[in-house]
Design a protein around this ligand. Structure first.
Ligand SMILES: Nc1ncnc2c1ncn2[C@@H]1O[C@H](COP(=O)(O)OP(=O)(O)OP(=O)(O)O)[C@@H](O)[C@H]1O
Ligand SMILES: [Mg+2]
Length: 294
């Protein structure tokens, strides 16, 4: 038997075994559905979630058998190819849509609709163009009839956190894309959500603004201890922000990897710098790129 034939036989045998154990095999990565060990209190539990959209051409399965827990204080980035169901998963967590099967619970209570416990930041922030920056940020507390004396102070605090204090009286249409995204983040944070859900929030921004926004988001995460669930296409962005990265397969999305990483903490400890150029970063970047493109 030639070396090549023997290799192909072993590969086939391995594939059969993988199927039997429901082992998901993507090149060198074997994922057995195990979460990384995360310290902290369980905030959200997602169990056996499937989601199918019905359309006039039939049913489209967007997510298949998604199960994982989100622990308080984590920064989870979700990576995956276009159309794999990332936004669908975020919409389920936000309570915009209900899963076709499975359960999603926040602190033990099933998520059945939208509420202030989950703040959402979209790629294109739906802001009120003719309102000032301050009034957009204060919108949530105003809706909840919190006294103005309280929310005025909170608004100033969050405007400072997103470096917009001096633009408080500007109208939204006078802002750049990055500034609008800052308003959107402050508007979500002011409600003191249990989790911040962010759907590719920086993908429409230029590279420099994007880096600036990533640094600000990392600082907010570390200052406030908020739990963040962040969707991105960008492997480097995920590595520079996350404490944990979940990778979804091609449509319908299944989890094909779930890893803990600490580049984000290293960025803070070492004040940015050369993390991106270390062999360790390069190794993770290659592995994730291979997974996302597989
Ligand atoms: N409202 C809907 N009705 C029918 N099908 C939908 C609906 N929303 C999404 N889909 C389908 O579900 C699948 C997952 O879509 P989703 O938007 O969650 O993907 P995604 O990973 O966020 O993609 P992208 O990276 O391009 O934003 C796609 O095949 C999409 O066409
Ligand atoms: Mg999407």
């Amino acid at each position: 038997m030639t070396g090549a034939t023997m290799f192909s036989k072993i590969a086939n045998l391995y594939k059969k075994l993988a199927k039997k154990d429901e082992l998901i095999t993507v090149e060198n990565v074997n994922y057995r559905g195990e979460e990384p060990v995360v310290e902290g209190e369980e905030l959200i539990s997602i169990h056996g979630v499937n989601l199918s959209y019905s359309s006039k051409n039939g049913s489209i399965k967007a997510l298949e058998n998604i199960s994982f827990n989100i622990y308080r204080g984590e920064f989870i980035c979700v990576l995956g190819p276009s159309g794999c169901g990332k936004s669908t998963l975020l919409k389920i967590l936000a309570g915009f849509i209900r899963p076709t099967a499975g359960t999603v619970k926040l602190s033990g209570t099933e998520i059945t609709g939208i509420d202030w416990h989950r703040g959402v930041v979209f790629q294109h922030p739906p802001l009120y163009s003719w309102f000032s920056v301050r009034d957009n940020v204060a919108f949530g507390p105003w809706m909840r009839k919190i006294p103005k004396s309280i929310y005025r102070q909170q608004t100033d605090e969050f405007l400072r956190k997103v470096h917009l204090a001096e633009f408080a009286d500007k109208k939204i249409y006078e802002l750049s894309g990055g500034m609008k995204q800052r308003v959107s983040i402050a508007r979500a944070l002011i409600n003191d959500p249990e989790i911040l859900l962010m759907d590719e929030p920086f993908s429409a921004l230029d590279a420099l603004t994007r880096e600036d926004m990533q640094n600000m988001t990392r600082d907010i995460w570390q200052d406030t201890g908020k739990t963040i669930f962040f969707i991105t296409h960008d492997v480097e962005e995920a590595l520079l922000l996350a404490s944990r990265i979940i990778v979804l397969s091609h449509h319908p999305g299944r989890i094909i990897d779930d890893i803990s990483v600490d580049f984000s903490l290293q960025m803070t400890e070492k004040n940015g710098g050369d993390i991106k150029f270390t062999p360790e970063f390069y190794k993770y970047r290659e592995k994730l790129l291979r997974l996302v493109n597989s």
